[in-house]
Design a protein around this ligand. Structure first.
Ligand SMILES: CC(C)(COP(=O)(O)OP(=O)(O)OC[C@H]1O[C@@H](n2cnc3c(N)ncnc32)[C@H](O)[C@@H]1OP(=O)(O)O)[C@@H](O)C(=O)NCCC(=O)NCCS
Length: 188
């Protein structure tokens, strides 16, 4: 079987997921690490931002897939803050955990750490927050299990993400409304 048929066959039917049972943040939390090599560099001799972005998207996608037990697509990179450079030879660790779960979407919070394994120096080099959507066998958005906070701290993390999400949706709506009102006027 060629690889494309193999992928298609594997995506033709998924196991049932109990949507009434919440899953914890710990259940899907993950860390991915890799040593930065020459191929990861940019013109300044540091690590290319795109290398970090790809690692982040892959690592955070794993969290969404583990929580939902479904293939997931990246719907939005809500934030991506580069705080400091990473260097060739550093070990870059991408720590990811769910911030929030909607009906079919999941927001993953990401912290990226660069470590000099010789000196032991640790640097927080980037933060991000990415929204994924779980898909069913037809490639359409599908419901995911709720997120069950383990303690007060996790409940507050979820609540804050929920507020950010509401603001983001409101801003999207306001901008769409503005475009509909203002850009329509320019059409003769
Ligand atoms: C993401 C995608 C599946 C959403 O499809 P859609 O028909 O707009 O889905 P819906 O309107 O039903 O929205 C589904 C969920 O996604 C959320 N969503 C969709 N687009 C979003 C965006 N740009 N930002 C944030 N959330 C988004 C909705 O709020 C909704 O969340 P909820 O179910 O938790 O309330 C579709 O836009 C898509 O396939 N995009 C391309 C994805 C891709 O190729 N990514 C890169 C490679 S992985």
């Amino acid at each position: 079987m060629n690889p494309f048929d193999k992928i298609k066959a594997a995506r033709s039917s998924f196991p049932e997921v109990d949507l009434t049972r919440g899953r914890s943040i710990a259940y899907s939390r993950s860390t991915t690490c890799r040593i930065m090599e020459l191929i990861d560099g940019n013109g300044q001799g540091n690590v290319h931002g795109g290398t970090i972005m790809r690692m982040v998207d892959e690592a955070a996608g794993v969290v969404a897939m583990k929580h939902s037990q479904r293939p997931c697509v990246t719907a939005r990179v809500d934030r991506f803050d580069f705080l400091a450079p990473a260097y060739i030879g550093n070990m870059v660790s991408v720590n990811c955990a769910l911030n929030y779960v909607g009906r079919t979407s999941m927001e993953v919070g990401v912290e990226v750490i660069a470590e000099d394994l010789i000196t032991g120096e640790l640097r927080h080099i980037a933060s991000s927050s990415i929204i994924y959507v779980a898909l069913n066998e037809q490639g359409k958005p599908t419901p995911v299990p709720p997120l069950a906070p383990a303690d007060q701290e996790e409940a507050e993390r979820i609540e804050q993400a929920s507020i950010r999400r509401q603001h983001m949706q409101k801003l999207d709506e306001e901008l769409a409304q503005w475009r509909a009102q203002n850009l329509a006027k320019k059409i003769p």
